[in-house]
Design a protein around this ligand. Structure first.
Ligand code: GTP
Ligand code: MG
Ligand code: ZN
Length: 346
């Protein structure tokens, strides 16, 4: 039994297990009658999605690797297929001009990064599949950094089981230290980048072999960073409005690029990052040291600062846990509770 015991979660109907099975669990089930037809299927990795057409790298790593355009089979029409998905494709997989392949299966995903439009919205979008690193790209200034946004990314990353990495860009414009003080208790990996000296070699080495997704507000420099890491990427970069401090939503689609033995995925800037789908237990999972202590909490403990008998508070008061780490975790849980109450006011 989990530390939540049989605490009744009023939002249970929205918890991740029910959400994860949508929309159609049957669609991944091989149907015997289609088997023979799909025996010649090849494996592909989805690198971009554009109005019902998918760009795939098929037979990745093989001598006859090719980039092909694909549509999806009718039986997959209710499922989202996203950048990072491993799929099986049939039809013309030569990649020749005018050829069209067909995606017939989505392979099981190792991770799924999702967000809802806002916290009240239970319709979640899947942003990418199979990523194992999330680059939370935040500008030191222009646009100004917001700790709440990073908290949200952290919660989403923990929920998805993706390792979060914070990249502070525009350190040539402002000193990121005051902002970074917000995250001291979190052990989060931090990189600093400036326009003239992005840490290209070291980041390439760090990300080699991983599937990395770059997320952040518009104008923070995601595409600039992707271009620095992958010079052939050729992503358009925008400028930040001097008056509003906002980016112009330059990138409008999610695209993956090869980075060493891995991939880096550039995404469009977001204004918000809804957490309508996230379960509380998954936040605590990101803090194994605290989760171990919280196992002894009373039933139904929310682990927020207001809980009198929470083992985390007790252990902190007794000096067995580091206060700023517990504070940070409680702030993330608070982010989620706030997200839920907003949703509940609908
Ligand atoms: N001074 C400075 N400017 C930067 C830095 N990184 C990016 N920029 C600038 O910030 C602006 C926006 O960069 P983009 O790479 O388009 O930002 P983005 O995050 O991809 O934005 P969207 O695609 O709209 O989400 C461009 O004018 C970049 O030149 C940096 O480290 N320092
Ligand atoms: Mg961009
Ligand atoms: Zn507790």
């Amino acid at each position: 039994m989990s530390w939540l015991g049989d605490y009744e979660d009023p939002y249970e109907e929205y918890d991740e297990t029910s959400v994860r099975e949508r929309p159609n669990p049957k669609a991944n089930r091989p149907r015997s009658k289609q088997r023979p037809e799909h025996e010649d299927a090849v494996t592909g990795i989805v690198t971009a999605v554009d109005r019902g057409r998918y760009r795939l790298v098929v037979r990745p790593g093989e001598p006859d690797e090719a980039v092909v355009t694909a549509a999806r089979a009718r039986e997959l029409r209710k499922q989202s297929i996203v950048a990072g998905d491993r799929v099986d494709a049939v039809g013309d997989t030569t990649g020749e001009t005018g050829s069209l392949a067909r995606i017939v299966r989505i392979q099981p995903r190792t991770t799924v990064l999702r967000r809802s439009a806002d916290d009240a919205d239970l319709v979640e979008r899947i942003i990418v599949a199979n990523a194992d690193v999330m680059l939370m790209v935040v500008a030191s200034a222009d646009p100004p950094p917001r700790a709440g946004m990073v908290d949200r990314f952290l919660v989403a990353a923990l929920d998805a089981g993706i390792a979060p990495v914070l990249v502070m860009t525009k350190t040539d414009v402002a000193d990121p230290a005051p902002f970074l003080a917000n995250f001291e208790g979190l052990d989060v990996e931090i990189w600093r980048s400036s326009i003239d000296a992005p840490p290209v070699e070291a980041l390439r080495e760090r990300l080699d072999g991983h599937t990395t997704v770059a997320v952040g507000h518009s104008g923070v420099g995601k595409s600039t960073l992707v271009n620095a890491l992958v010079p052939s990427a050729g992503r358009a970069v925008g400028h930040v409005n001097a008056v509003t401090g906002r980016g112009r939503h330059t990138s409008s689609s999610t695209v993956s690029f090869r980075l060493g033995d891995g991939w880096i995925i550039d995404t469009p800037g977001v204004r918000s990052f809804g957490l309508g789908h996230v379960a509380t237990a998954n936040v605590l999972r990101g803090f194994p040291d605290l989760a171990a202590v919280a196992e002894d909490c009373p039933r139904g403990c929310t682990h927020l600062a207001a809980e009198e008998y929470c083992e985390l508070s007790i252990a902190t008061a007794e000096g067995r846990l580091e206060r700023r780490r517990v504070d940070s975790m409680q702030r993330l849980l608070g982010t989620l509770v706030a997200a839920r109450s907003e949703r509940h006011q609908e």
